[in-house]
Write a protein that binds this ligand. Structure first.
Ligand code: URP
Ligand code: ZN
Ligand code: ZN
Length: 465
């Protein structure tokens, strides 16, 4: 079996940082060594001196090629997973979508067909349950048997993905019976629909109205409601893409009551803001749900604090890219027609490295925890994924902490015509990305292949209290 030695770097895990050589044999890490091996004992040596050596990062929330209104998100599994690899992400968890009237297991099989053989990195699935009925509940058992241990429901998007409180409670009862985790998109969809209709009646059709009709209070209300439903049923609940301080407070309060409530936020809610939607139709580039918030209301501060303190456990992306030209422009005269979602998968891990190294938002160890270790544990992949340890998959990212880079649509690898972080300078540059022992990125080149990525059958949540 091929042996590679990653020599002289500072290995950073969620719990410690130490100078060590990492010996990779085949697809696994087989030793962490504090003395140099004879170079003849290995096939390849990678000099990592002066570099940080991280576990491959995990993006637990992506949407490759999903329909949203009249558009389909631009990244396929092929383009999106390559872009992810460029940014040091070696595992994604994406979403089969059951629409109303569809078979649940059928949507799983369709998404598997889109991903298998087309992904550059390993991938798993959370199942979206869009039609709660007796047949779906039967088919949930089939999806669970395929290693899908988390299910997403929506209190938003009435008429599309929305579930009533009774439907949410029914799927939570099922999940409580087998220990799987319920992911919730928490916004009060019915109240938002009222505000959207009123905005259009007033002639407020520009992108800013998207954010103003989805106030933070309606995110907080929905989070409160679904956490109480989770308490009633006993299902673990994980609130996705949190943008509002009210939700951080709800999760902290629930956790202090001993409830298995967890939270995820995304870089866009930390680094972007409401004002970006207020620039005429250009603001459509920043339309996502929940929306970007006003920093003067304290949302961003609460999210950063939540990540640092552990009230929030995971940083993901909700990557759902739409071109500005031809896709976002579908809503030029009506903000409700703008497809929701932002291109982020390539920049989540680099942004978090920057947040730790330059902005000192949290330690490098905490950064590894929220970006790799906690998502691996939350979604039943640890210790195969999420750390550098003997026996773990050799998913490894080597970073030069002194180098800088500038984000731009001219140079990114996502299949989308703009960047919502355009011009941002980041400290720390990813040099080498390894997935199960195979080098995907090195020397500024993509060396991977779109048949490398494997489907991950996942276990249950390993962070339950
Ligand atoms: O704007 C968003 N979030 N688009 C993706 C779909 C979702 O709600 O996660
Ligand atoms: Zn969502
Ligand atoms: Zn999403």
């Amino acid at each position: 079996m091929r042996r590679t030695l990653i020599e002289g770097g500072t290995v950073v895990t969620a719990t410690e940082s130490c100078i060590a050589d990492v010996l990779v044999e085949g697809e696994r890490v087989v030793a962490l060594l504090d003395e140099k091996m004879e170079s003849r004992e290995v096939d390849e040596t990678i000099d990592a001196s002066g570099r940080l050596v991280f576990p491959g990062s995990i993006d637990a929330h992506t949407h490759m090629e999903i329909p949203f209104g009249a558009a389909t998100s631009k990244d396929t599994f092929e383009t999106g997973t390559q872009a992810a690899a460029w940014g040091g992400t070696t595992t994604i968890i994406d979403f089969p979508i059951q629409m109303k009237g569809d078979s649940l297991i059928g949507s799983f099989a369709e998404t598997m067909e889109k991903a298998a053989g087309h992904a550059a990195i390993d991938f798993g699935f959370h199942q979206i349950v869009g039609d709660v009925n007796e047949q779906s509940l039967k088919e949930l058992e089939l999806v669970l048997a395929e290693g899908v241990t988390s299910y997403k429901l929506f209190t938003a998007y009435p008429g599309v993905y929305y579930s009533t409180d009774g439907e949410v409670a029914r799927v939570m009862q099922w999940a409580a019976g087998n220990g799987s985790t319920i992911l919730m998109h928490a916004e009060n969809g019915a109240a938002i629909d009222l505000l959207r209709a009123q905005a259009l009646e007033r002639g407020d059709t520009a992108p800013l109205a998207h954010a103003l009709t989805r106030p933070a209070a309606l995110e907080g209300e929905a989070a409160h409601r679904v956490i109480l439903l989770a308490e009633m049923t006993g299902a673990p609940v994980y609130i996705v893409h949190i943008s509002a301080k009210q939700v951080v407070e709800e999760i902290a309060a629930a956790r202090s009551r001993g409830t298995n409530a967890f939270g995820e936020t995304c870089p866009q809610y930390l680094y972007l803001e409401l004002a970006m939607l207020d620039q005429g139709f250009e603001g459509a580039k920043f339309v996502c749900s929940p929306p970007l918030r006003d920093p003067s209301e304290g949302h961003q501060d609460a999210l950063w604090r939540g990540l640092a303190s552990g009230d929030l456990q995971v940083i993901a992306t909700d990557h759902c890219p739409f071109d500005f030209d031809g896709q976002k422009t579908l809503g030029r005269n009506d903000f409700t027609q703008i497809p929701n979602g932002l291109p982020v998968v390539e920049h989540r891990f680099p942004l978090m490295i920057h947040a730790a190294l330059k902005e000192k938002r949290f330690s490098l160890n905490r950064m590894v925890d929220i970006s790799a270790t906690a998502p691996a544990k939350m979604f039943g992949l640890y210790p195969q994924k999420g750390t550098i340890a003997v026996g773990s998959d050799a998913d490894i990212v080597i970073v030069d902490p002194k180098a800088t880079s500038i984000i731009s649509a001219q140079t990114h690898h996502m299949n989308v015509d703009y960047s919502c972080f355009e011009g941002m300078e980041l400290t720390g540059a990813i040099e080498t990305v390894i997935s199960r022992g195979a080098t995907l990125v090195a020397g500024g080149e993509f060396l991977g292949s779109s048949s490398h990525g494997r489907y991950l059958r996942r276990g249950l949540n390993q962070l339950l209290m």
